[in-house]
Design a protein. Structure first.
Length: 279
């Protein structure tokens, strides 16, 4: 009986997490879609949920529900908890994938581009709304679900979440690997062109006849290699649908070493979206 009640509690917490992740995705999508004047599937995952909001909501509930009668404390502490979570999430994503998915560097009162005062104030208000109004309502609704439905819903959604997480992490690793490959191809192409110019200067000193003879011998090989590199670049710049979604969901994505490549890929994603819209 104790184990069953514990399982009920775990499933209930998981459903809370999912619900607040979905509500966070709705807030993010509406906010970004209004700014872009088009629908933006916001969020790290492909499905309609932002796990960082779910974790933030659960942290706020667990820490601040006992002090719900002190709204100023809930507001300030909610700012601190959610901002700390956002900062840590940004740092973790940068460490794992080498990419900064959001960047607040251009905003006033920001820290390392990962958090900013404006968002922190919004998170504080959301924390207050969550503790005072939203969670009591959702708690009353989910608390009425029978145990079997609670377990079944938690199991199904867990499988969907794990599948989405697997696909998304694989997509991010593919993007990170693609950026490195494009960088290597560009460097190799630059080295090839530089070597060709250097050889040109050296061979001019050998005399016209010797230069022409050597040039004919290696010209075909150089041309073939450059064609191969250009084809490789075009293939790498061709994006899959999931790759384009990441670039569209995080238009402020940045990278320390491959920012020019990211800008090019984001431009291609936007061009693809516009072509699809015209059809």
């Amino acid at each position: 009986m104790i184990r069953l009640e514990m399982m009920d509690y775990i499933c209930l917490l998981f459903l809370y997490f999912l619900l607040y992740s979905i509500l966070g995705w709705i807030c993010e999508t509406v906010y970004c879609s209004i700014g872009k004047r088009r629908f933006v599937n916001r969020g790290f995952l492909n499905g309609p949920l932002c796990p960082v909001y779910g974790f933030g909501a659960m942290a706020v509930i667990g820490l601040l529900l006992p002090v719900a009668n002190y709204p100023i404390l809930v507001f300030v502490a909610g700012m601190a908890v959610t901002s700390g979570l956002e900062y840590f999430t940004g740092y973790l994503l940068e460490t794992l994938f080498g990419l900064k998915l959001w960047d607040y560097s251009k905003r006033r009162f920001q820290l390392h581009g990962r958090i900013c005062l404006r968002n922190s104030l919004l998170f504080g208000m959301l924390s207050l709304f969550l503790v005072k109004f939203l969670h009591p309502l959702t708690g009353a609704l989910l608390g009425k679900l029978p145990a079997w439905l609670l377990h079944a819903a938690a199991a199904v959604f867990l499988l969907c979440l794990l599948a989405d997480l697997f696909v998304t992490v694989r997509t991010m690793l593919q993007i990170s690997g693609k950026l490195k490959q494009i960088q290597q191809a560009l460097e190799e192409l630059g080295e090839r062109n530089a070597a060709g110019i250097q050889q040109l200067g050296e061979r001019l000193n050998e005399g016209v006849e010797a230069f022409c003879e050597r040039q004919r011998e290696r010209q075909a090989d150089v041309r073939e290699r450059i064609v191969e590199l250009n084809a490789r670049l075009n293939e790498l710049l061709t994006q899959k649908r999931l790759h384009r979604r990441i670039f569209q969901a995080f238009p402020n994505m940045r990278s320390k070493r491959q920012q020019d490549i990211i800008d090019r890929l984001k431009l291609l994603a936007e061009q693809k979206r516009r072509k699809k819209k015209k059809r």
